[in-house]
Design a protein around this ligand. Structure first.
Ligand SMILES: Nc1ncnc2c1ncn2[C@@H]1O[C@H](COP(=O)(O)OP(=O)(O)OP(=O)(O)O)[C@@H](O)[C@H]1O
Ligand SMILES: [Mg+2]
Length: 444
């Protein structure tokens, strides 16, 4: 949910004649020029209006107005073509603000809904910046220019594929650095010359300790999916970001850390012993089962046992995915899920964050995670780009540590709160007594 972007470079900004967009119902005019600065008071006022309309909040010194089209970003022509063929007709709100900000060389901390296009908001400037540098300085050894770190292998694989898709036909090579694949091949690829490294921290550190890799040319460093859940951006996150880079600009779209509104949540009170049966009932119901479905559980063993139980009891093919499986198996399971070959995948956190599960519109949170932020990420897998999705979450007294936050999340999305939670001594008084009071009582 929180890509942290640290940039060292300033990209050249060309000037194109301004384009005028048609007035909307709200009589909203925006000049979309290649000069993204808000130098005049009028430009500043228009940029503010647009941000207000799109719920874009900016904290820190940023003189970059949101953009309305990719064509006005001074991007390489081939990149524009790739965006078009990928069906990216116009930037999403987070891209509208993050792309021009990144192009000005700003270090960013970005927050927006799950499935709202944050990956492209850092990949587009990376590809643009890297190719411009390579074209300008074509001689010498091609050392990496950018690094993207993600918490899971699955997400790294997707981000690398995404980068390849958008960077096709450009002097832009990528390398994937994740555990489970042979390190020699990864090292060889980097030594051949790449622009972008995408990987998980463990393998990257391993690779750097054991080998001599020159990272002196790295201009852009992105940490995708890192930080804590909070209703606002916490001081700790800001502090950490500021310790990594100077003058960090914080861009938030919508309300931070709230679940994606396109996902309809249904929280059901189910005692632990009844959870399996409840799941089987849902999977066997023509009305409620919307395959392909991802079922989230809390442990690797739980994932294996539950997937077997689903197949044995319901006859529906189910596979499990978790950190103990080989990369070959994990890749194959992802493939079969995405092409719709397997109707149910039971997953641990490896599929919880960031992964783009196109085609999945239903998730079942079988084991409620201990942190509400994890829940928000998991249910976010049911919707991409505002498409409607559904999340069913099983809750019972074992999840009491998240009751207060869950009530908050459900209420803010207009979803019903199970009576048992409302009546629980862990939530009673939370809303009447005020959040602070309750949190204090729990020592938070
Ligand atoms: N401008 C765009 N137009 C059309 N589709 C887009 C655009 N930008 C991104 N997408 C698509 O939207 C989907 C979701 O994007 P992405 O995975 O980057 O979301 P995210 O904000 O990073 O979500 P999460 O918080 O779950 O990590 C992807 O399938 C991506 O290809
Ligand atoms: Mg993401």
């Amino acid at each position: 949910m929180w890509p942290l972007w640290v940039a060292k470079s300033k990209l050249p900004v060309g000037i194109l004649p301004p384009k005028k967009l048609a007035a909307s119902d709200e009589c909203f005019y925006v000049r979309d020029t290649d000069d993204k600065s808000e130098s005049s008071p009028v430009a500043r006022e228009q940029a503010d209006l647009l941000r207000q309309k799109l719920e874009i909040h900016v904290k820190g010194g940023l003189d970059a107005a949101p953009i309305f089209s990719f064509a006005s970003c001074n991007l390489p022509v081939k990149l524009l073509h790739n965006l078009e063929t990928s069906g990216y007709d116009m930037p999403t709100p987070v891209q509208m603000q993050a792309i021009p900000a990144a192009s000005m060389g700003k270090s960013l901390l970005v927050s927006a809904d799950t499935g709202s296009g944050k990956s492209a908001s850092f990949l587009i400037p990376i590809i643009s910046c890297c190719t411009k540098v390579r074209i300008q300085y074509s001689l010498g050894h091609k050392r990496p220019l950018a690094i993207v770190l993600t918490p899971t292998r699955e997400l790294s694989i997707q981000v690398e594929e995404h980068a390849k898709m958008l960077g096709q036909g450009l002097p832009f090579k990528t390398s994937l650095v994740v555990g489970g694949d042979a390190m020699a091949g990864q090292l060889h690829r980097i030594q051949q010359g790449v622009e972008l490294i995408v990987g998980t921290p463990g393998r990257l550190i391993d690779l750097l300790i054991k080998n001599d890799i020159e990272l002196n040319d790295v201009m852009i460093f992105v940490v995708d999916e890192v930080l804590m859940y909070s209703a606002t951006i916490s001081k700790e996150i800001e502090k950490m970001a500021n310790s990594m880079a100077k003058d960090v600009v914080i861009i938030t779209v919508g309300k931070p850390n709230k679940p994606n509104k396109a996902v309809k949540q249904l929280a059901i009170w189910v005692d632990s012993k009844q959870k399996k049966q409840k799941l089987f009932d849902i999977l066997m119901s023509k009305q409620h089962f919307m395959p392909p479905v991802v079922v989230y559980v809390g442990s690797r063993l739980g994932a294996d046992l539950l997937s077997n139980a689903i197949t044995v009891t319901t006859g529906i093919k189910a596979l499990s995915i978790h950190g103990e499986k080989s990369m070959k198996e994990r890749r194959e399971i992802m493939r079969s899920l995405l092409v719709g070959e397997v109707p149910v995948v039971v997953a641990t956190g490896v599929l919880g964050r960031g992964v783009d599960l196109l085609g999945v519109s239903q998730v079942i949170v079988f084991d409620m995670p201990n942190s509400i932020k994890e829940y928000v990420h998991q249910i976010g897998r049911a919707s991409r780009m505002g498409e409607e999705g559904q999340a069913i979450a099983f809750v019972n007294k074992e999840n009491k540590s998240v009751f207060a936050d869950l009530v908050d999340v459900l209420k803010s999305s207009g979803a019903a709160v199970p009576r048992e939670i409302l009546n629980s001594r862990y939530t009673v008084g939370f809303f009447s007594g005020g959040k602070r009071q309750k949190r204090k009582r729990h020592g938070c």
